[in-house]
Design a protein around this ligand. Structure first.
Ligand SMILES: [Zn+2]
Length: 89
């Protein structure tokens, strides 16, 4: 009750986090997504791929049509890493 939870969601078309202002997906957003999709990593990657496409298009327009570099790292690589995956049942 004491601290209003602001959702870490992207602000379009800048793709910065509405809550913390970092490039989205920020760390809290990544954690929330990993929890939300913990049973379906494939669906998470599909979802992130769609967002990456959208972000790429929108950022490219802001950027004088240059496609921003490093989007795959920003949107996908962290979700593929399995380092912290518990070996669930
Ligand atoms: Zn954030």
């Amino acid at each position: 009750m004491s601290r209003p939870a602001r959702p870490h969601v992207p602000m379009r078309p800048l793709w910065r986090c509405r809550a913390c202002g970092a490039e989205w997906p920020c760390q809290p957003a990544r954690l929330a997504l990993l929890v939300e999709y913990r049973d379906d990593r494939t669906a998470l990657l599909v979802y992130l791929g769609t967002l990456m496409q959208e972000a790429g298009d929108q950022l490219a327009q802001l950027n004088g049509h240059a496609r921003p570099a490093g989007l795959a790292d920003r949107f996908l690589t962290w979700a593929r890493a399995r380092g912290q995956d518990p070996d669930g049942p």
